[in-house]
Design a binder for this molecule. Structure first.
Ligand code: MN
Length: 199
């Protein structure tokens, strides 16, 4: 089980609608989510379920389907599993203040193998600074590699689409499919709904 200490330290859970992180794992396996987060700067929070928490990176430009694109990914604090379907408006004066929608979600498989063809555990991949996963999302699918860029600070990683059948330099879902896969709402649509639930 990963630690949610930083998650809880950063938040006043009496003032944010975000999950408290008390209910723990439901044991259903390996899921991922990409949350579009309109905070100070718009970014995409990529989270992988590993050992009972959501290991997380903030990706300013979002994930690409083009293997030629290298996207910066800043590792952030682990989030509780209940965060996987969180959408809402975090008050402006709170940590991460802004609006969150679930931009894509689904399951993943681990692609990294040892020489003897056994699986490299995800927690080992995290320590190695090298993760290779296959996503099964609604917008994104196929292999993605996350690589820690040593020397530029421990929290700095890059994420790239791997070359496979799902790679597609012509599709750009970050711009063509901007809305939530859960509510179908845009960031602005969710904000309008929270202000006036009758609309
Ligand atoms: Mn964020």
């Amino acid at each position: 089980m990963g630690s949610l200490r930083k998650y809880k330290e950063k938040r006043d859970l009496s003032k944010t609608p975000e999950p408290s992180g008390t209910s723990g794992s439901d044991g259903t396996g390996s899921r991922f989510v990409i949350q579009k987060h309109s905070a100070g700067n718009l970014h995409y929070d990529f989270r992988l379920e590993i050992d009972g928490v959501l290991v997380s990176w903030a990706v300013p430009k979002g994930l690409s389907l083009n293997p030629a694109d290298t996207r910066l990914a800043i590792r952030t604090e682990d989030h509780p599993l209940e965060y996987i379907d969180f959408e809402g408006v975090i008050p402006k004066d709170q940590y991460g203040g802004g609006t969150v929608i679930v931009w894509d979600t689904g399951t993943y498989t681990n692609l990294r193998r040892n020489k003897d063809d056994t699986e490299v555990h995800m927690h080992e991949s995290l320590e190695d600074g090298k993760i290779e996963v296959r996503l099964y999302g609604e917008k994104l699918s196929g292999g993605y590699a996350l690589i820690q860029t040593r020397g530029k600070g421990a929290d700095s990683w890059i994420i790239k689409k791997m070359k496979d059948d799902e790679a597609d330099a012509r599709r750009n879902p970050v711009s063509t499919q901007p809305n939530s896969v859960l509510s179908n709402l845009s960031i602005e649509g969710l904000e309008a709904e929270e202000k006036d639930p009758s609309t």
